[in-house]
Design a protein around this ligand. Structure first.
Ligand code: ATP
Ligand code: MG
Length: 235
């Protein structure tokens, strides 16, 4: 049903010109993201996963095609409106955490609130609250260099969540983690999803997607492969 869909792409393309060649990174993708689901996007390196995710998160604009969010057309927004979409509605996490190395865990999260209208006295409290919720109460004043990989990713997730986004886009969130931390981060995403957050996770790890996502789609040379699998019904 239409109202179940949070985001829908239509014939979405992102082509890059490289000298005389055109790289069709994303090439005609029709994909829906349903409200409240945990969607996996899997595929080989170079298949276009990050490019697709970046467009849905409003970090990049399509060459052609359309992205609708709640019925509004994302790619007709001005760059200012797109920035507002990213700031208010979307959280992002990456494989490499992307934390500021000379700032504490608390400050890294707090900085996410710096450019919106959150009053100064609320920023610290909100950052503390979310870090505590993610099990990092005793790591608030640690620098990134003094945190484990799993803790770094939890700080990055806290930073993405502190603004209470509707959706979390995670690009290989466990790509730099060992087996145990991968499990913990995947379970954290599952828990957040159960509490209402829509989650889209890109991973090259089919087993991980099959275990944790409700549904997975596969990218193949910029296109969606025909089959989709669910956590219970993997191929
Ligand atoms: N800014 C760019 N300029 C030119 N080509 C690009 C650019 N970004 C991506 N590409 C190309 O588009 C294709 C898809 O890249 P993308 O990063 O989306 O793949 P991916 O599935 O995320 O791969 P990985 O699993 O290695 O992260 C690749 O061939 C890549 O080289
Ligand atoms: Mg990628």
């Amino acid at each position: 049903m239409r109202s179940d869909v949070w985001l829908q792409t239509y014939e979405l393309c992102r082509h890059f010109r490289r000298g005389p060649h055109v790289v069709r990174a994303v090439d005609g993708v029709d994909l829906s993201v349903r409200r409240g689901e945990f969607l996996g996007i899997v595929g080989a390196s170079g298949s276009g996963k990050s490019t697709l995710l970046g467009m849905m998160a409003g970090l990049d604009t399509p060459t052609s095609g359309r992205i609708e969010v709640d019925g509004g057309i994302l790619n007709s927004l001005s760059s200012r409106e797109l920035a507002a979409y990213r700031a208010a509605r979307v959280g992002m996490v990456f494989q490499s955490f992307n934390l500021i190395s000379h700032r504490t865990a608390l400050k890294n999260v707090e900085l996410a609130l710096y450019f919106d209208s959150t009053p100064r006295q609320d920023r610290c409290r909100m950052a503390e609250e979310i870090l505590e919720r993610l099990g990092l109460a005793d790591r608030l004043d640690h620098l990134p260099s003094d945190l484990s990989g799993g803790e770094l990713q939890r700080v990055a997730i806290a930073r993405a969540l502190v603004k209470k986004p509707e959706i979390l886009f995670a690009d290989e969130p466990t790509g730099n983690l060992d087996h145990e931390n991968t499990r913990q981060i995947a379970e954290l995403l599952t828990d957040l999803n159960r509490k209402g957050l829509t989650v889209v996770m890109v991973t090259h790890d089919l087993a991980l997607a099959n275990k944790y996502a409700h549904r997975s789609v596969q990218m193949d040379y910029g296109r969606l492969a025909d089959h989709a699998s669910t956590g219970e019904d993997s191929r």
